[in-house]
Design a protein around this ligand. Structure first.
Ligand SMILES: NC(=O)c1ccc[n+]([C@@H]2O[C@H](COP(=O)([O-])OP(=O)(O)OC[C@H]3O[C@@H](n4cnc5c(N)ncnc54)[C@H](OP(=O)(O)O)[C@@H]3O)[C@@H](O)[C@H]2O)c1
Length: 215
Protein backbone atom coordinates (compact mmCIF):
# COMPACT_ATOMS: atom_id res chain seq x y z
CA UNK A 1 0.00 0.00 0.00
CA UNK A 2 1.24 3.51 -0.76
CA UNK A 3 2.50 5.61 2.13
CA UNK A 4 -0.50 7.49 3.56
CA UNK A 5 -0.53 11.20 2.76
CA UNK A 6 0.63 13.54 5.49
CA UNK A 7 -2.06 15.88 6.69
CA UNK A 8 -1.75 19.36 8.13
CA UNK A 9 -4.91 20.59 9.81
CA UNK A 10 -4.96 24.36 10.28
CA UNK A 11 -7.42 25.14 13.04
CA UNK A 12 -7.78 23.49 16.43
CA UNK A 13 -11.25 24.68 17.37
CA UNK A 14 -14.37 22.57 16.86
CA UNK A 15 -13.97 20.81 13.55
CA UNK A 16 -10.18 20.76 13.12
CA UNK A 17 -9.58 18.30 15.98
CA UNK A 18 -12.36 16.02 14.75
CA UNK A 19 -10.88 15.88 11.24
CA UNK A 20 -7.45 15.30 12.78
CA UNK A 21 -8.72 12.53 15.05
CA UNK A 22 -10.53 10.73 12.24
CA UNK A 23 -7.42 10.99 10.07
CA UNK A 24 -5.13 9.64 12.81
CA UNK A 25 -7.55 6.75 13.26
CA UNK A 26 -7.43 6.13 9.50
CA UNK A 27 -3.65 5.88 9.60
CA UNK A 28 -2.58 9.32 8.36
CA UNK A 29 0.35 11.13 9.90
CA UNK A 30 -1.32 14.33 11.15
CA UNK A 31 -0.02 17.69 12.27
CA UNK A 32 -2.34 20.31 13.74
CA UNK A 33 -1.74 24.03 14.06
CA UNK A 34 -3.34 27.27 15.12
CA UNK A 35 -2.10 30.74 14.22
CA UNK A 36 0.08 30.61 17.32
CA UNK A 37 2.64 28.63 19.29
CA UNK A 38 2.19 24.84 19.13
CA UNK A 39 3.18 24.62 22.80
CA UNK A 40 -0.15 26.26 23.56
CA UNK A 41 -2.03 23.25 22.16
CA UNK A 42 0.44 20.52 23.14
CA UNK A 43 -1.45 19.21 26.16
CA UNK A 44 -4.89 19.41 24.60
CA UNK A 45 -3.60 17.69 21.47
CA UNK A 46 -2.13 14.87 23.54
CA UNK A 47 -5.42 14.42 25.37
CA UNK A 48 -7.91 15.00 22.57
CA UNK A 49 -6.05 13.96 19.41
CA UNK A 50 -3.53 11.37 20.57
CA UNK A 51 -1.12 10.63 17.75
CA UNK A 52 -1.36 14.06 16.15
CA UNK A 53 1.57 16.44 16.30
CA UNK A 54 1.08 20.09 17.29
CA UNK A 55 3.27 22.23 15.05
CA UNK A 56 3.74 25.78 13.83
CA UNK A 57 1.43 26.21 10.84
CA UNK A 58 4.32 26.87 8.46
CA UNK A 59 6.14 23.68 9.52
CA UNK A 60 2.97 21.60 9.35
CA UNK A 61 2.23 22.86 5.86
CA UNK A 62 5.81 22.42 4.65
CA UNK A 63 5.69 18.69 5.40
CA UNK A 64 2.12 18.03 4.31
CA UNK A 65 0.63 16.44 1.21
CA UNK A 66 -2.84 17.68 2.12
CA UNK A 67 -3.61 20.86 4.08
CA UNK A 68 -7.06 21.18 5.65
CA UNK A 69 -8.27 24.72 6.29
CA UNK A 70 -10.48 24.43 9.37
CA UNK A 71 -10.36 28.06 10.46
CA UNK A 72 -13.18 30.60 10.54
CA UNK A 73 -13.54 32.31 7.18
CA UNK A 74 -13.08 35.74 8.74
CA UNK A 75 -9.56 34.63 9.72
CA UNK A 76 -8.74 33.41 6.22
CA UNK A 77 -7.42 36.83 5.22
CA UNK A 78 -4.60 36.26 7.74
CA UNK A 79 -3.38 33.17 5.88
CA UNK A 80 -0.50 33.89 3.52
CA UNK A 81 -1.34 32.38 0.11
CA UNK A 82 2.40 31.88 -0.44
CA UNK A 83 2.44 29.44 2.48
CA UNK A 84 -0.05 27.22 0.68
CA UNK A 85 1.31 27.63 -2.83
CA UNK A 86 1.79 24.32 -4.61
CA UNK A 87 -0.29 22.50 -1.99
CA UNK A 88 -3.46 20.50 -2.13
CA UNK A 89 -5.79 22.46 0.13
CA UNK A 90 -9.07 21.15 1.52
CA UNK A 91 -11.40 24.05 2.18
CA UNK A 92 -13.57 22.92 5.09
CA UNK A 93 -14.66 26.51 5.80
CA UNK A 94 -18.09 28.07 5.48
CA UNK A 95 -19.25 31.63 5.24
CA UNK A 96 -21.38 32.09 8.33
CA UNK A 97 -22.19 35.77 8.81
CA UNK A 98 -23.60 35.15 12.30
CA UNK A 99 -20.11 34.32 13.50
CA UNK A 100 -17.90 35.68 10.69
CA UNK A 101 -19.68 39.01 10.47
CA UNK A 102 -20.53 40.30 7.02
CA UNK A 103 -17.61 39.71 4.67
CA UNK A 104 -18.36 41.61 1.48
CA UNK A 105 -16.07 39.40 -0.60
CA UNK A 106 -18.11 36.33 0.34
CA UNK A 107 -21.59 37.80 0.07
CA UNK A 108 -22.21 36.38 -3.41
CA UNK A 109 -21.36 33.06 -4.98
CA UNK A 110 -19.40 30.09 -3.82
CA UNK A 111 -17.06 30.64 -0.87
CA UNK A 112 -14.56 28.02 -2.09
CA UNK A 113 -14.35 29.67 -5.50
CA UNK A 114 -13.38 32.89 -3.74
CA UNK A 115 -10.92 31.01 -1.52
CA UNK A 116 -9.44 29.35 -4.64
CA UNK A 117 -9.02 32.69 -6.40
CA UNK A 118 -6.96 33.94 -3.47
CA UNK A 119 -5.02 30.66 -3.28
CA UNK A 120 -4.28 30.69 -6.99
CA UNK A 121 -1.11 28.63 -6.52
CA UNK A 122 -2.94 25.83 -4.69
CA UNK A 123 -5.31 23.08 -5.77
CA UNK A 124 -8.40 23.85 -3.68
CA UNK A 125 -10.98 21.16 -2.97
CA UNK A 126 -14.15 21.84 -1.03
CA UNK A 127 -14.88 19.03 1.42
CA UNK A 128 -15.61 18.24 5.08
CA UNK A 129 -17.47 21.52 5.48
CA UNK A 130 -21.08 20.41 5.36
CA UNK A 131 -21.38 18.04 8.33
CA UNK A 132 -21.33 19.42 11.88
CA UNK A 133 -18.33 18.40 13.91
CA UNK A 134 -20.25 16.21 16.39
CA UNK A 135 -21.90 14.28 13.62
CA UNK A 136 -18.77 14.13 11.48
CA UNK A 137 -17.20 11.96 14.12
CA UNK A 138 -20.27 10.08 15.32
CA UNK A 139 -21.49 9.10 11.86
CA UNK A 140 -18.14 8.02 10.39
CA UNK A 141 -18.22 4.36 9.35
CA UNK A 142 -15.87 2.01 7.52
CA UNK A 143 -16.48 1.33 3.82
CA UNK A 144 -19.32 -1.12 3.33
CA UNK A 145 -21.06 -0.42 6.66
CA UNK A 146 -24.82 -0.50 6.08
CA UNK A 147 -25.35 2.86 7.76
CA UNK A 148 -22.45 4.66 6.11
CA UNK A 149 -23.17 8.22 4.98
CA UNK A 150 -21.95 10.33 2.09
CA UNK A 151 -19.82 13.45 1.96
CA UNK A 152 -19.26 15.78 -0.97
CA UNK A 153 -15.98 16.60 -2.65
CA UNK A 154 -15.72 19.39 -5.21
CA UNK A 155 -12.78 20.89 -7.04
CA UNK A 156 -11.46 21.96 -10.41
CA UNK A 157 -8.39 19.70 -10.37
CA UNK A 158 -9.38 16.04 -10.91
CA UNK A 159 -6.23 14.61 -9.30
CA UNK A 160 -6.73 16.76 -6.20
CA UNK A 161 -10.40 15.77 -6.05
CA UNK A 162 -9.41 12.10 -6.30
CA UNK A 163 -6.91 12.49 -3.46
CA UNK A 164 -9.46 14.17 -1.22
CA UNK A 165 -12.11 11.61 -2.15
CA UNK A 166 -9.64 9.00 -0.89
CA UNK A 167 -9.25 10.89 2.37
CA UNK A 168 -13.02 11.20 2.81
CA UNK A 169 -13.43 7.50 2.11
CA UNK A 170 -10.75 6.48 4.59
CA UNK A 171 -12.06 8.66 7.38
CA UNK A 172 -15.51 7.15 7.09
CA UNK A 173 -17.74 8.53 4.33
CA UNK A 174 -18.77 7.60 0.80
CA UNK A 175 -17.24 10.40 -1.25
CA UNK A 176 -19.47 12.07 -3.82
CA UNK A 177 -17.52 13.94 -6.51
CA UNK A 178 -19.41 17.00 -7.56
CA UNK A 179 -17.54 17.96 -10.67
CA UNK A 180 -16.06 21.36 -10.00
CA UNK A 181 -15.80 23.99 -7.30
CA UNK A 182 -18.83 25.79 -8.58
CA UNK A 183 -20.88 22.63 -8.25
CA UNK A 184 -19.64 22.48 -4.65
CA UNK A 185 -21.99 25.33 -3.81
CA UNK A 186 -24.52 22.63 -2.95
CA UNK A 187 -22.33 21.87 0.09
CA UNK A 188 -22.33 25.36 1.53
CA UNK A 189 -24.84 27.01 3.90
CA UNK A 190 -28.15 27.36 2.11
CA UNK A 191 -27.31 24.42 -0.17
CA UNK A 192 -29.41 21.25 -0.21
CA UNK A 193 -26.97 19.01 1.63
CA UNK A 194 -25.50 21.47 4.11
CA UNK A 195 -26.06 20.13 7.61
CA UNK A 196 -27.63 16.94 6.31
CA UNK A 197 -26.02 13.57 6.94
CA UNK A 198 -27.37 11.48 4.11
CA UNK A 199 -26.81 8.02 2.70
CA UNK A 200 -25.31 7.97 -0.80
CA UNK A 201 -28.52 7.70 -2.86
CA UNK A 202 -30.26 10.50 -0.95
CA UNK A 203 -27.15 12.65 -1.09
CA UNK A 204 -26.79 12.17 -4.84
CA UNK A 205 -30.45 12.92 -5.36
CA UNK A 206 -30.36 16.10 -3.28
CA UNK A 207 -27.01 17.35 -4.61
CA UNK A 208 -27.66 16.25 -8.19
CA UNK A 209 -30.85 18.20 -8.53
CA UNK A 210 -29.20 21.34 -7.31
CA UNK A 211 -26.01 20.78 -9.28
CA UNK A 212 -28.05 20.65 -12.48
CA UNK A 213 -29.66 23.94 -11.64
CA UNK A 214 -26.20 25.52 -11.33
CA UNK A 215 -24.94 24.19 -14.66
N1 LIG B 1 -18.04 23.67 13.82
C1 LIG B 1 -18.45 22.77 12.91
O1 LIG B 1 -19.24 21.84 13.20
C2 LIG B 1 -17.93 22.86 11.51
C3 LIG B 1 -18.10 21.75 10.64
C4 LIG B 1 -17.60 21.83 9.35
C5 LIG B 1 -16.97 22.99 8.93
N2 LIG B 1 -16.84 24.05 9.79
C6 LIG B 1 -16.18 25.26 9.31
O2 LIG B 1 -14.83 25.18 9.72
C7 LIG B 1 -14.33 26.48 10.06
C8 LIG B 1 -13.83 26.43 11.50
O3 LIG B 1 -14.94 26.21 12.34
P1 LIG B 1 -14.77 25.88 13.89
O4 LIG B 1 -16.15 25.82 14.44
O5 LIG B 1 -13.86 24.71 14.09
O6 LIG B 1 -14.01 27.21 14.38
P2 LIG B 1 -13.42 27.58 15.80
O7 LIG B 1 -13.91 26.60 16.80
O8 LIG B 1 -13.64 29.01 16.01
O9 LIG B 1 -11.83 27.29 15.65
C9 LIG B 1 -11.03 28.06 14.88
C10 LIG B 1 -9.59 27.57 15.00
O10 LIG B 1 -8.84 28.16 13.93
C11 LIG B 1 -7.59 28.62 14.46
N3 LIG B 1 -7.06 29.63 13.55
C12 LIG B 1 -7.52 30.87 13.28
N4 LIG B 1 -6.74 31.48 12.37
C13 LIG B 1 -5.78 30.60 12.04
C14 LIG B 1 -4.67 30.64 11.14
N5 LIG B 1 -4.42 31.71 10.39
N6 LIG B 1 -3.87 29.55 11.05
C15 LIG B 1 -4.11 28.45 11.80
N7 LIG B 1 -5.15 28.34 12.67
C16 LIG B 1 -5.97 29.42 12.78
C17 LIG B 1 -7.97 29.11 15.84
O11 LIG B 1 -6.84 29.19 16.69
P3 LIG B 1 -6.10 30.59 17.03
O12 LIG B 1 -7.18 31.64 17.12
O13 LIG B 1 -5.41 30.30 18.32
O14 LIG B 1 -5.19 30.80 15.90
C18 LIG B 1 -8.90 27.97 16.28
O15 LIG B 1 -8.14 26.88 16.76
C19 LIG B 1 -15.50 27.44 9.85
O16 LIG B 1 -15.39 28.06 8.60
C20 LIG B 1 -16.72 26.54 9.90
O17 LIG B 1 -17.82 27.03 9.15
C21 LIG B 1 -17.30 24.01 11.07
Amino acid sequence: MAEPSRLAVLGAGHVGPVIARLAVKAGYPVAIATSGDPDDIALITELVIPGAQPRWASDAVADADIVVLAIPLHRFADVDPGLLSGRLVVDAMNYWPASDGVLEAFEDGGSSEIVARRLSGSAVVKALNHIGYHELEARARPAGAPDRRAAGVAGDDPAAVAAVAGLVDRIGYDPVRLGNLRAGRVLQPGGPVFGAVLALPEFERAAGQDTRSLA
